[in-house]
Write a protein that binds this ligand. Structure first.
Ligand SMILES: C[S@@+](CC[C@H](N)C(=O)[O-])C[C@H]1O[C@@H](n2cnc3c(N)ncnc32)[C@H](O)[C@@H]1O
Length: 250
């Protein structure tokens, strides 16, 4: 890792930053056993006591199938777009591995994606840098601006907030931890990030006070509403659902 060059997104461009900045960032939040390394030229999350690994690759078959096999029919897309046919400006307050952001970007929407975990941020950042070099992915990748921040802090300081059409929240699900369906490598993400229902409620309350046009929240199918608030409408899938809070017709 010693000679690695890192990039931070700034004003729609990536700027090179010294490794020391990243190391400092990571060392303030080091989580025991987790480390990042390159495997097959992809930045990869590993754990000292596990064989599982996790990287972000927007070219992978699963993501590409999801996008290509009629993305318009995906519940995520239906929930976010509603009847709108125009390009949307979306604030994804819980970027995670960037899959939902990338899917929405592939529909032509512009995404501001915020991730607060430094490891996860670096994985997505690395995935986006590779996607920007791939002719098939670069359009979608260029529509995502990724920031390393707590989304509430970011949105408080982001003066352009009035411009967002939709706020999207996909906080960690408690059920996912226990579910046999959780993909093996995703278990690493769950171990790394954990679940914080108070943070989830705080994100929702903030989204409501900050911007009331439309909020879409992904929840476990049988999960409680965030802060107990009943949505305007819902899309219910097999294991998850989308709660839609809209105050205007969108
Ligand atoms: C379930 S994952 C999101 C998955 C994502 N939708 C995707 O498609 O890959 C939730 C992510 O939200 C992040 N997160 C939780 N609270 C946050 C906050 N207040 N600000 C920024 N990121 C947050 C967590 O670190 C985690 O990576």
């Amino acid at each position: 890792m010693m000679n690695t060059v890192y990039y931070l997104p700034k004003d729609n461009n990536y700027i090179e930053v010294p490794q020391s900045i990243y190391v400092r960032t990571l060392s303030t939040q080091l989580q025991s056993g987790f480390y990042l390394t390159y495997i097959d030229q992809k930045l990869t999350l590993c754990h000292t006591s596990s064989k599982l690994t996790l990287c972000v690759d927007f070219a992978n078959v699963e993501i590409q199938n999801r996008i290509k096999t009629n993305a318009a029919k995906l519940d995520l897309v239906k929930a976010v777009e509603g009847k709108r046919k125009t390009q949307l400006s979306i604030l994804d307050m819980t970027a995670g591995l960037g899959q939902d952001s990338f899917c929405l970007a592939s529909r032509g929407h512009h995404i501001t994606a915020i991730e607060q975990n430094p490891y996860v941020f670096l994985l997505v950042n690395d995935g986006l840098i590779r996607a920007q070099q791939d002719i098939k992915l670069q359009d979608s990748a260029s529509r995502i601006r990724l920031y390393f921040a707590n989304a509430i802090n970011f949105a408080t300081l982001d003066l352009s907030h009035q411009a967002y059409d939709v706020i999207y929240l996909d906080p960690m699900f408690p059920e996912r931890l226990k579910s046999a369906k959780v993909k093996k490598n995703m278990q690493l993400l769950h171990q790394l990030v954990g679940i914080d229902e108070q943070n989830n409620d705080a994100l929702f309350l903030f989204a409501q006070s900050f911007f009331a046009k439309k909020i879409v929240v992904k929840r476990p199918r049988l999960g409680e509403f965030l802060v107990g608030k009943r949505p305007t409408s819902q899309l219910i899938a097999k294991s998850s659902r989308f709660d839609i809070y809209a105050s205007h017709t969108t």
